[in-house]
Design a protein around this ligand. Structure first.
Ligand SMILES: Cc1cc2nc3c(=O)[nH]c(=O)nc-3n(C[C@H](O)[C@H](O)[C@H](O)COP(=O)(O)OP(=O)(O)OC[C@H]3O[C@@H](n4cnc5c(N)ncnc54)[C@H](O)[C@@H]3O)c2cc1C
Length: 462
């Protein structure tokens, strides 16, 4: 049974694709969870170590308050992970050995939304304030999680955010059809009511110098994300009509939220043949967005080989299954091709500034000294006509900025902020968390890392 709104309806709007689980669906699934011998979902699967079996058992009995308490004991923002997580827990679900895993993510969705509907999720400001004030730079999931934990520990926390509104990629990356921004705003309101201050539209290090930040705050937490986009430096790259996926997605999100009145033409896929380069989450979000904008066709290209339909022998349970994933956006149409490298872009003579084609080549993969290397066969290139190209090839690491310069921080060879095991940077009383330190990752890992680093700060300083 599909948990998505009908195709004919959902591709005409940006409202959430996924429906809330019904009671019968939950009961049937949760009974299967009770058949488990030794659960692996919480310990080996979930970065937050959510007590999945206990949450599920309470939900099965209709003890929604208990289920919510167990969930919130490890996860501060289940409403985000319940909508966005690839559900690492489900990859190690015992039922998954012989059947479909129990849909723990959807149970989480039911539990947290029951909690909100019954007004059980309320602001819980700390009873006492103590210690130096903390500046959290960046309001993505890592920054929000660190701010929440520090605030609960009694710290006075200010979150500085370069964008106009808080949320990081939750707001200006992930489309509303996956995460309605009212869900994000609902949480931000709670955090504000708990005493966290948000200063948005402030580029820390530029609008607000590093020295001033240091004067104002005893502790700095860098949750600045891994924002350096991976580019495709091939001939024709500078033609118009070739955009970074995150700029494209952010523009559409700004229109959906009303932050921007109309979508500039260059960010619209209406009546265009769209090529998305990159096969991950960001690429898939571009596919869904392009259909909603009225694209003529959408083709997603991936340089890597097509994943297997089922686990390979080198990828046994309870490891995360490295298998082909089909998102709600893929279901909406278009084509996906693997083993394709884009070697150049070209323009029509009558519009020489604008992309009209992508020159591509099939790629074979060979192992060289234990590493997979792409090999392009000679004379096998082909040309794909296009009006809009979206580059969704991920990120290479943190972006250099004046704050990092002021702190004397340079990325390591992998583009991450080098920190010790507890999140501490070489600079005194400065810490890093989330994608900035982990490399591009997942919402659940960013939250888990933000919490862990906040715990360490509380131990070190408060
Ligand atoms: C399009 C897209 C779709 C995704 N979909 C999913 C998904 O479905 N599921 C999933 O688990 N993960 C997904 N991810 C990945 C996930 O969003 C990231 O891993 C996560 O947001 C990282 O959190 P973060 O807090 O470390 O950084 P970010 O979310 O990147 O937030 C960093 C924040 O720091 C701010 N900042 C940086 N420098 C400064 C400064 N000097 N001053 C002030 N502010 C600053 C930035 O403006 C930004 O708001 C997706 C990512 C993208 C781009």
């Amino acid at each position: 049974m599909s948990h998505y709104r009908p195709l004919s309806e959902r591709t005409h709007d940006f409202k959430p694709v996924e429906t809330l689980p019904g009671e019968e669906e939950l009961r049937l699934e949760l009974v299967r969870c009770q058949d488990c011998g030794i659960p692996f979902c919480h310990a080996s699967g979930c970065p937050l170590q959510n007590a999945v079996p206990e949450v599920n058992a309470a939900a099965l009995d209709g003890r929604w308050g208990t289920a919510l308490r167990r969930l919130l004991a490890t996860s501060p923002f289940p409403e985000f992970t319940a909508r966005l997580c690839p559900a690492l827990c489900e990859g190690s679900c015992v039922q998954g050995l012989h059947d479909l895993p129990v849909p723990c993510r959807r149970v989480e969705l039911a539990v947290i939304e029951h909690g909100f509907a019954r007004q059980w999720v309320r602001p819980r400001p700390p009873k006492q304030r103590r210690g130096p004030t903390v500046a959290v730079i960046g309001s993505g999931p890592a920054g929000l999680a660190a701010a929440w934990r520090l605030n609960q520990g009694g710290a006075r926390v200010t979150v500085y955010e370069r964008d106009a509104r808080p949320g990081g990629f939750l707001r200006y990356g992930i489309p509303d059809f996956k995460l309605d921004k009212e869900i994000l705003d609902r949480r931000i309101r709670l955090l504000e009511q708990e005493g966290i201050l948000f200063e948005c539209g402030v580029d820390a290090g530029t609008d607000f110098s590093g020295r001033l930040l240091r004067q104002r705050h005893g502790v700095l937490v860098l949750a600045v994300g891994a924002r350096q986009k991976r580019d495709l430096p091939v001939p024709g790259r500078s033609l118009s009509g070739i955009l970074f996926a995150t700029d494209y997605l952010a523009a559409q999100n700004r229109v959906v939220s009303g932050e921007q009145a109309a979508l500039p033409e260059e960010f619209s896929a209406r009546r265009k043949r769209v090529i998305v380069i990159g096969g991950g989450d960001t690429g898939s979000d571009c596919v869904g967005t392009a259909w909603r904008q009225g694209a003529i066709s959408v083709l997603q290209l991936e340089i890597m080989p097509k994943p297997l339909e089922r686990r390979g022998p080198d990828n046994p349970w309870p490891q995360w299954p490295r298998v082909l994933r089909t998102s709600s956006s893929h279901e909406e149409g278009g084509e996906r091709r693997w083993n394709v490298m884009t070697t150049a872009f070209s323009a029509d003579p009558d519009r020489p500034d604008r992309v009209s084609a992508a020159c591509c080549a099939p790629v074979a993969w060979k192992t060289d000294q234990g590493r997979l290397q792409p090999v392009v066969a000679d004379d096998s290139g082909f040309v794909l006509q296009t009006d809009l190209v979206l580059l969704a090839m991920g990120f290479t690491g943190i972006r250099a900025d004046p704050l990092l310069e002021y702190l004397g921080m340079r990325p390591d060879a992998s583009g991450r902020l080098p920190r010790d095991a507890g999140g501490r940077l070489p600079e005194a009383d400065a810490y890093a968390c989330g994608d900035a330190a982990l490399g591009p990752s997942l919402v659940v890992r960013a939250i888990s890392d933000g919490l862990r680093v906040a715990e360490r700060i509380i131990e070190d300083i408060f």
